[in-house]
Design a protein around this ligand. Structure first.
Ligand SMILES: *Cc1c(COP(=O)(O)O)cnc(C)c1O
Length: 430
């Protein structure tokens, strides 16, 4: 039996291929499995991420697609100790140096499999606050039947991120939008409900796409299988998730629901703190605010798109399953500084938000969050200015990132207006 998927807003179940190709459900909702499939016996013994993917994902997407997805997971997920029962789950060893490579490379293979089966052309739209766009562009580039339009906030991404986003790739167009990330998300959503674009075979590569989200559950399992042996205490790990759109957190909760034991989940947010405020009961469901710019820019999300998925799935239970923490810009840079001084490690600002969340929880209760696995979501070299400011030492740039600076660039300016995006997509004829 292969899982089926239903919109958060109801309706009939669809297949995995249909859910992936559509991205967003026609009613504006997000797809989610109609039932969570328990983990297969022996998942802890999987020797590689690819082997884990094949075993865990097959009941969710079928054996052939799961095998295709597994081929994209060809980089390591090391779990390294920082001391004091804190571990980093390093998710930045893929081609664009952020955890987004996991979902993007998986999704590219799933969409390709589905487009090939249906014989239809697919145009993938992706709104990015920095890391998703480059991971998606890199993962999809040159996949014949699939082309990609990337929308990012002009001036809202780091130089290294922009180099990656605008690298000229076959079948990929980059748009610098005069607006915020939330504007970019709004444009993408408007395009989906635009009848003039119905023939374009639009699909979404944001974490609203369930095909990107499911494979992200794998690295939680990978870390859970390794933390016991690494940790002095050996208890089940507390996962600390630097969060923005809440896709990563949703994937972790899915892993737990499927049978992974976790000590708990901590959603670590920057000043864009809608979710911690919701968990604390300070604001109601969907009472979002606008986004503000912080050093952890990939988490600058005012209206997290996966909130609908979490809320439709778990409702008020969310408050008992997840602890929320809000971290200021100063605390973020201090955490980067402190981590460098105490462990010699330079971390990216997003990872630092997670580390600061652990420190905060243990300040209140020294036994809290032990052991803690902090998801290290990006390589520090993607944020060279912040790392230099916080640690006083320039970050070493790995060759895989350096190559983007020298690559030929192609980018177009776009007004934050659905009509402008419509025109660009209708005129796309290569
Ligand atoms: C996207 C991103 C996040 C936030 O992940 P969500 O799934 O959107 O919550 C955190 N850190 C980095 C580096 C990212 O690129």
């Amino acid at each position: 039996m292969i899982a089926t998927y239903r919109s958060t807003r109801g309706g009939e179940p669809v297949t995995f291929g249909e859910a992936v190709r559509a991205g967003l459900a026609p009613d504006g909702g997000l797809y989610w499995p109609t039932a969570i499939v328990p983990l297969p016996a022996g998942w802890r013994a999987a020797p590689t991420p690819a082997a884990l993917a094949g075993a865990v994902l097959a009941p969710y997407m079928g054996e052939a697609t799961a095998s295709a997805v597994a081929t994209g997971l060809d980089f390591p997920w090391p779990v390294t100790a920082l001391g004091d029962d804190v571990f980093l789950l390093e998710l930045f060893h893929g081609p664009t140096a952020a955890f987004k490579d996991v979902g993007a490379r998986s999704l590219a293979r799933a969409v390709q499999a589905s487009a090939a089966a249906s014989g239809r052309r697919v145009t993938v739209l992706v709104a990015t606050s920095g890391d998703t766009g480059s991971a998606v562009a890199d993962a999809f580039a040159g996949l014949g039947a699939v082309r990609v339009a990337v929308l990012y906030p002009a001036g809202g991404v780091s130089r290294v991120q922009e180099d990656q986003l605008t690298a000229d790739r076959p079948g990929v167009r980059a748009f610098a939008v005069a607006g915020t990330f939330d504007d970019c998300q709004r444009l993408v959503k408007a395009a989906f409900s635009d009848p003039a674009l119905a023939e374009q075979g639009l699909s979404s590569a944001n974490s609203i796409n369930v095909g990107r989200l499911l494979p992200q559950a794998l690295y939680y399992l990978w870390a859970a299988a390794r933390t016991a042996e690494l940790s002095g205490q050996g208890g089940p790990p507390h996962f600390v998730v630097p969060s923005g759109n809440l896709g990563n957190l949703t994937a972790g909760l899915l892993a737990a629901e499927a049978g992974m034991t976790a000590g708990g989940f901590i959603a670590a947010h920057n000043r864009n703190d809608y979710f911690p405020r919701f968990l604390a009961g300070e604001v109601g469901a969907y009472e979002f605010s606008s986004s503000v710019a912080t050093p952890s820019n990939a988490m600058d999300v005012g209206a997290p798109s996966n909130f609908e998925r979490l809320h439709a799935w778990l409702g008020d239970d969310l408050r008992s399953r997840v602890a929320g923490v809000r971290v200021s810009d100063e605390e973020t840079l201090e955490a980067m500084h402190r981590t460098f001084v105490t462990s010699g490690r330079q971390v990216c600002p997003h990872t630092a938000v997670g580390l600061e969340a652990v420190r905060r929880l243990r300040q209140a209760d020294p036994q809290a969050a032990r052991p803690a696995v902090v998801l290290a979501t990006a390589h520090p070299a993607k944020f060279p200015d912040a790392v230099l400011e916080a640690t006083g030492v320039p970050v070493e740039v790995p060759p895989s990132l350096e190559k983007f600076a020298a690559a030929p660039k192609r980018v177009e300016r776009l007004e934050a207006d659905p009509a402008a995006l419509r025109q660009a997509l209708l005129g796309w004829d290569d």
